[in-house]
Design a binder for this molecule. Structure first.
Ligand SMILES: [Mn+2]
Length: 329
């Protein structure tokens, strides 16, 4: 099987085509790729600009941006955050719900904003764990994390980067060894590009380095996790402000305010290859089912009046009004 796979990699087949050809699931394909990496040559995963998983024999830079081509119409991705695998309040069944949601909506990009695992208990901590030891948490994360035929991005958070086993093993190392289908940002910051739009992905915007980057305002949107509840902190819209969104936690870890748990669907609406609108849909889980809580729209105005153009417009992407387009966020 390994030779059959290598032959197709040399022919520049993407992961989905190899799986179809050889009747493999993506999980099985990466099982064989990990075998190849153990004994023979190194095969590296890369994401092509059309969102397909490709392979290369040259090492990819771990912290490279993910660059996707703009498609006309709607491009969507799902953002999750803070699953905290191993916590007494985690809920790993929700990975299945996310998988189902992705396939039902034909979405092929998943972004995770960190704290994939909870980590072991510190000396002075009373916090309960469903899985007390780090090794088992890592094992479960590697096993249960969704496999998707598209960009599968994880920006690691404090809980992921803080904990190492006695022999120096960590979730960061485990992902890079066993889940080479996933693009892992161990710096805690990643960039997802759709054409000229840049989306900053990070665990926590409180970081000074992130704040400095945000002041430069060269991003369309910043997506973070960490606080465990959905928050839209967007301001200064129309004056160069960027969309500033905190994704809710996938876990049931207690929060002081807001709605948890949940996840976000983000739709980028393009018309004639120009971004018209970003829609942020906030979903929650009730009794294992997924419910839409609310939708927020950020968009271009298509009015001729420059002053008016900065007003928030809702769902104007289907408007046929002629006029100069102004970017309002
Ligand atoms: Mn967290």
């Amino acid at each position: 099987m390994e030779n059959e796979i290598l032959r197709r990699i040399r022919l520049d087949y993407d992961a989905e085509r190899i799986c179809l050809d050889l009747s493999l699931s993506l999980e099985e394909l990466f099982y064989y790729i990990n075998n190849i990496n153990k004994y023979e040559m190194k095969v590296f995963t890369k994401i092509s600009s059309n969102g397909k998983i490709m392979f290369d024999f040259k090492r990819q830079n771990y912290d490279d941006d993910v660059e996707l081509k703009v498609v006309n119409g709607t491009t969507s991705f799902v953002a999750i955050a803070d699953p905290h695998i191993g916590s007494a309040h985690d809920n790993v069944q929700r990975f299945d719900s996310i998988n189902t949601f992705l396939s039902k909506n034909n979405i092929k990009t998943l972004v995770n904003l960190g704290d994939l695992i909870d980590g072991p208990v510190h000396q002075n901590q009373s916090r309960e764990r469903r899985i007390p030891d780090l090794e088992t948490q890592i094992e479960e994360a590697i096993k249960l994390y969704p496999y998707i035929f598209g960009p599968n991005i994880i920006v690691l958070g404090g809980h992921d980067l803080e904990y190492k086993t006695a022999n120096g093993y960590s979730i960061n190392k485990a992902l890079k060894q066993y889940r080479t289908d996933i693009k892992t940002y161990s710096s805690g910051v990643g960039i997802l590009k759709y054409g000229k739009e840049r989306i900053l992905l990070c665990h926590d915007t409180d970081d000074k380095w992130i704040q400095d980057r945000l002041r430069r305002k060269d991003y369309t949107m910043v997506l973070s996790g960490h606080s465990h509840c959905y928050k839209d902190a967007t301001n200064e819209v129309g004056k160069g402000g960027i969309i500033d969104i905190v994704a809710p936690s996938l876990s049931d870890l207690p929060i002081t305010n807001g709605i948890a748990p949940g996840f976000l669907k983000i739709d980028m609406n393009y018309e004639r290859f120009e971004l018209q609108e970003i829609l942020i849909s906030n979903y929650t889980f009730i009794d294992g089912k997924v419910y839409l809580v609310g939708v927020k729209s950020y968009g271009y105005s298509m009015t001729q009046n420059k002053e008016e153009s900065y007003e928030r417009t809702r769902n104007n992407s289907h408007s046929n009004k002629k006029g100069k387009k102004h970017r309002y966020y």
